[in-house]
Write a protein that binds this ligand. Structure first.
Ligand SMILES: Cc1ncc(COP(=O)(O)O)c(C=O)c1O
Length: 387
């Protein structure tokens, strides 16, 4: 069988650059002690890895104080910290129909348990929010505005700068879910008025699974999600007030974070704008080729429009899971199919029943990968199908 073509970067990036594995191995072998839990050289070495990674991430997102970044296991944990640490009974939230379940479920949980209220602003067929509609949803008790930077189903890119401005004008906290944009779209927390930014380490930043982070504006005093040991102020029964300890209870994943640091260095050496441009060209090639298949409907922004590295589609009369299964088994091509943890976005483009096939490119994707996918799709579904 031909080599594997991996087009599931939106779930997690793969393969990781070799330097990611090397950096992780280096920590495992030479400084694998517990960061912040001792004054011996090995523990100090592990602590340095965390400091370097925090600084590197601060540079990437234009964060002035690296201590305002807390490491997490993934985006979901950062989103939960941000949402549950901010909202109180009676608060109102504005979010959108493109949100992932990692935003929607914590919100719905708080709706049921704390009596918060939420409005999910509609998105159009291209996955865009109507900013006037969003604006109309502000109420005197609107505490937060939450949106993703890019939809994990539609690939649309939301105007987070403008949404951030609106949130600021109304005195609301602005939380951005950067799961599908960190590493491939420019994020500047100051310019975009972002108060909270949840990001994965394991997707566009090329780190290993089990890594991620959340930026918490110094103006916010978020209630910690986890309480526990930090290696600091041990005599104090309360969670320390100093950052990042306040938000990093328990042993940190120094090995994973070393990999994340190597991944972020790699993407910064290429440049996020170059990565976005390259990914966009690949999506256009894929969309152009797929559009000739009878009965296909490409989801999200049309050809030529801005989008992230995601191309999702449905083919009339074909089950999305079956298409992905055939791509995997017959052609050695990995894509994701079915529901993509974003039911409201599926509802917006009428794919709640059918699900969708999602191909997603990453920094290591090539034109050859796209051409293999197109050749497979044309072989399977290219000719008018006889029923
Ligand atoms: C938009 C969006 N938000 C949140 C998540 C959750 O990310 P993680 O798996 O890092 O928790 C994903 C995962 O695909 C996503 O696409």
């Amino acid at each position: 069988m031909e080599r594997l073509v991996y087009l599931d970067h939106a779930a997690t990036s793969w393969p990781k650059p070799p330097e990611v594995g090397v950096a992780m191995m280096e920590v495992l072998e030479h400084s694998g002690a517990n960061a912040g839990r001792g004054n011996h050289s090995l523990a100090i070495g592990a602590g340095r890895v965390l400091v370097k990674a925090r600084n590197q991430l601060a540079g990437l997102f234009s964060i002035s104080n690296a201590q305002d970044i807390a490491f997490t296991h993934n985006t979901t944990m950062g989103l939960n910290m941000a949402i549950k640490g901010t909202l109180q009974p009676g608060d109102h939230v504005i979010s959108t129909m493109t949100e992932h379940n990692s935003v929607r479920r914590p919100l719905e949980y708080l709706r049921q348990t704390k009596g918060i209220t939420v409005d999910y602003v509609k998105v159009d067929q291209e996955g865009q929010v109507d900013l006037l509609e969003l604006q109309k949803n502000f109420k005197p008790n609107t505490k937060m505005v939450i949106c993703n930077h890019s939809s994990n189903l539609l690939g649309s890119i939301l105007p987070i700068g403008e949404i951030g401005d609106m949130a600021k004008t109304h005195g609301a906290v602005f939380l951005v879910d950067a799961a599908q944009s960190a590493g491939s779209l420019t994020i500047d927390v100051g310019k975009m008025n972002i108060d909270l930014l949840a990001f994965p380490g394991h997707k566009g930043l090329l780190g290993p699974q089990g890594t991620g982070g959340v930026y918490i504006s110094p103006a916010l005093d978020l209630e910690p999600l986890l309480h526990g040991g930090t290696g600091s102020q041990s005599e104090n029964s309360a969670q320390p007030n100093v950052r990042p300890d306040r938000y990093e209870a328990g042993t940190q994943n120094a090995v994973g974070i070393a990999g994340l640091l190597a991944g972020v260095k790699k993407i910064m050496s290429i440049g996020t704008m170059n990565i976005h441009r390259q990914e966009w060209l690949l999506t256009q090639r894929l969309m152009e080729g797929l559009s000739g298949i009878p009965g296909i409907r490409l989801l999200g922004p049309g050809l030529g429009s801005q989008r992230s590295g995601i191309v999702a589609f449905v083919i009339e009369g074909e089950e999305s899971a079956h298409i992905a299964h055939r791509l995997d088994r017959e052609y050695n091509i990995a894509v994701r199919a079915g529901m993509h943890c974003t039911p409201l976005a599926h509802m917006a483009v009428d794919t709640l029943e059918s699900g969708a096939v999602r191909a997603s490119v990453g920094v290591s994707s090539t034109e050859q990968d796209i051409d293999r996918m197109l050749a497979a799709m044309i072989e399977m579904y290219g000719r008018a199908r006889i029923r």
